[in-house]
Write a protein that binds this ligand. Structure first.
Ligand SMILES: [Mg+2]
Length: 389
């Protein structure tokens, strides 16, 4: 078995071969409906190469192009297909004990394990970090109409009354604010590259405080690429390019699957000219962002530091998200040994989150229970000694 940390001379070739095999498996009658992530999990486990590394290879290939650009676009398209919830099948057994039942065993429902979570957080300051799309709002065909329900807004408002709360989204900060409309929250837009603190004067902009914009020098480049992508993707019906200020999104949720290859190729060709930008992928969206080492995990760390919890052992961050970009935050919490990540997903995924919730409805229920529990006297909480995970 290959050492995951070793750099074998033929590693590059082997990874490319793996991607090709995974692509052919995705079209195989033996594995109907199999998508690249599942196929990569199978093959990666066999050769001792993490699935994440293989997926990153696909993303990097999509951005860098070169002689293998065509094959990488095909792989990227399969990855795009895999990101569509309707195409992700849970019937494919994934090695490493990650089939459906095993996955639930290792990543149980945060609702089912609510009392355990309360035990873990007892005596500590909960800080809530919430992704927006797919977490507080459903994934809808038109990203401009990804509204949260009134019930969810009321619950998030209550959460913010009881705990420091931040929205961490890939969207432009102003846009996600217009969806949430709660001035008492922290907002980290553009995958955490645009962070603003809560207003002290209601909706007054003058009362808000810009806390962090680490990618500000990329603004001209992002705007330039936005205009180019707008033009280049006109030929792909349903494609929608969104300017998130410090990053861009190319939504393909309304693009016919037959056109995904053309769209991926257009994006790849544009990014060939901008090596300081990289391509990542979310749910039904291609993300273009600066190559700086900043992500939702860094944003989480920054906000904890800003709130005065940098070295505190009495803080319990809870991060809830549904996307691969949220994994950076889950990983930070895992490495800090603090708090917990909750992945919003109905199907098994490789994740560093501890718990799961199925959809925004369950997220609302979980947040509501947190609020209700906070309102009760701490005397009613279970004794720590009785709490075992
Ligand atoms: Mg999301």
């Amino acid at each position: 078995m290959t050492n995951q940390n070793a750099v074998a001379p033929d590693a590059e070739t082997r990874i490319d071969k793996l991607i090709s095999v995974a692509m052919s498996m995705s079209n195989s009658r033996l594995l109907p409906g199999a998508a690249v992530p599942e196929s990569l999990a199978v093959l990666g486990a066999f050769l001792g190469i993490p699935q994440k590394k293989l997926m990153k290879r696909i993303e990097d290939g999509g951005a860098k192009g070169g002689a293998k650009g065509g094959a990488k676009v095909h792989a990227l398209v399969d990855s795009m297909r895999a990101s569509s919830p309707s195409r992700v099948k849970s019937t494919i057994p994934i090695p490493g004990n990650q089939d459906q039942s095993s996955w639930i065993l290792h990543h149980p429902s945060a609702l089912d394990k609510f009392e355990q979570i309360i035990c873990r957080s007892k005596g500590k300051q909960i800080v809530a970090f919430l992704d927006y799309d797919g977490t507080l709002s459903p994934i809808v065909p038109d990203p401009d109409k990804a509204f949260m329900t009134k019930k969810m807004r009321a619950t998030v408002k209550d959460i913010a009354r009881n705990f420091p709360t931040a929205i961490v989204s890939g969207r432009c900060r102003d846009k996600v604010y217009n969806f949430v409309k709660l001035p008492e929250l922290y907002y980290a837009g553009s995958h955490g590259m645009d962070i603003k603190g809560p207003s002290r004067r209601g909706h007054s902009e003058r009362g808000n405080q810009i806390l962090c914009q680490p990618a500000s020098k990329f603004l001209p480049m992002i705007n330039e690429v936005y205009k180019i992508l707008l033009e280049k993707t006109k030929s792909v019906p349903g494609a929608k390019v969104e300017n998130n200020k410090f990053c861009l999104s190319v939504h393909f949720r309304c693009v016919d699957e037959k056109s995904w290859g053309a769209l991926a190729e257009e994006v790849r060709l544009v990014l060939n000219e901008y090596p300081k930008l990289r391509l990542t992928q979310g749910r039904k969206v291609l993300e273009i962002r600066p190559t700086i080492k900043w992500d939702k995990g860094k944003a989480l760390e920054f906000l904890l530091e800003s709130l005065g919890y940098e070295n505190s052992k009495d803080v319990f961050p809870i991060y809830i998200g549904d996307d691969r970009t949220d994994e950076d935050a889950f990983k930070v919490l895992s490495s800090r040994g603090q708090g917990m990540g909750i992945l919003v997903s109905r199907v098994p995924k490789e994740t560093d989150a501890c718990y799961t919730l199925q959809d925004p409805t369950e997220v609302e229920q979980f947040l509501r229970r947190l609020v209700e529990r906070k309102r009760k006297s701490s005397d009613t909480l279970p004794k720590v000694d009785n709490c075992r995970l």
